[in-house]
Design a protein around this ligand. Sequence first.
Ligand SMILES: [Zn+2]
Length: 267
Amino acid sequence: MTARSCRRNRHGSSPNYATACLYTSSIEVGRRIKYIVLFVFLPVYIFGQTRSAVTLSKIEDSIWVHTTYKFFNKVNVPSNGLIIQTSAGLILIDTPWNDSLTVELLDSAKMRFNQDVIFAIITHAHDDRIGGISTLYKKGIKVVGSKLACRKAKELGFEVPVQVSSADTTFVIGNETLELFYPGAGHSVDNSVIWIPERKILFGGCLVKAEEYSDLGNIAEANLNEWPQSIQALIKKFPAVQTVVPGHGTWGGQNLLKHTMDLLKQE
Ligand SMILES: [Zn+2]
């Protein structure tokens, strides 16, 4: 029975009509509530999902990959960095793509770990690594980078990290040791990597390609001649590596270094 037929019968003498009317009304109210839920709360739900655009994936005790996305030519491109829990606070390796995603990451990290980011390392000065540096400075977080990354940041108009004294620098923060290492040019002239010796984890950044990628990605500023030697330098320097985290896509083992070499041979 429709609402109209219900109204037409509302003044009818039979009590059955009234009962049917009440029943129909409650169905309609139910439907309306359903629509209200769909139209009012579904966008809120979707918006909520969109806002949680930061993914934190645990790869080992106290070592997490942060992943955020940016649209390029209608493709949602993921980008990885690291969050490392230490006894002194959180260390951030590379920012998300921009400031708003970086605000979200800092909020998510605070909520999940109940600690603040106290120190950040930028592995090279492209937006997928340094795009949120202003947010880090606003929050009073110390940000460091190599001489080459600092020079590049200035050239590209980003705020500039604090320059480390050597391209290969070891940081001891709380209970964790990290090494910044420059293997040579590749994806960019300034691409460094991070080695976590006690975990045998290598954060390769954009120098290393994930297995699902069948090309070298953004090579606008790449040095294709030096890139193979730089990968060789990583293979030689970190023979015991167990986990390799690329700048984009799925992390794995030493196979990612070999995969990157194979892609370079195709060029
Ligand atoms: Zn890059």
